[in-house]
Design a protein around this ligand. Sequence first.
Ligand SMILES: [Zn+2]
Ligand SMILES: [Zn+2]
Length: 233
Amino acid sequence: MLPINVMYDSGIDEFEEIAIVNGLGELDSMFPGMRIRMYGASAWCEGEYSSADWYVHNTRAVPRMDILQLDAGDLIDLIAGEPWQEAEPHIDVMFTSYDLAAMDGRQYLNFVFGMADGRITVQSVARYRELPDFDRYLAIKAVVQHELGHIFGMASNLGRTNTEYNLGPHCTNSGCIMRQGLSVSEWVQHARESHEMGRVYCPQCLKDKVSTYDAIPLGAYAAVAAGGNKIGR
Ligand SMILES: [Zn+2]
Ligand SMILES: [Zn+2]
């Protein structure tokens, strides 16, 4: 199994850190042999590519008047350019405290919760900060499990049922974390339902993972999969 490197910028607070760690911990106990390496907000070297904050500071801001957002696609490209991917193939997971937006065709979506491309996923906690604690916790946990699900190839198997293409391939099974959520309230609703059913991925998505994980070459799984949308904030 490819190791998973996890980093986040220094704006991520302790509550959010716990949600991220627990979301990954649930996957760790689900998939034997998973290797998760937490780099967190600390710098691992000097100069370029030295910390999550370095990535944030070098990512293009979305040209909008009213709100500061980072371009999720640009952030992914920046991470893809790091010097260590060839030496040791791995998955990169990055969390940011800044809001994210991404291009859909030639237009920016108004925001995205996260985005996955190839072996890289970037996710934001900014939209969950006004939520009550438990919803906020579930929403953060859901986004890391959802975006990693994209990297594992879940719901992208063309031969299977109960999928939809909605800003990337998504599952439509109840309680599955691979469902698409187009607003904060919809995202929380899905996260709650998964929690109440005691489920992360549905059996169909788990089967997708078994058949495709580790087979994804860098950059080949180009489907952009975002958790945000065009409607509402
Ligand atoms: Zn599913
Ligand atoms: Zn998605």
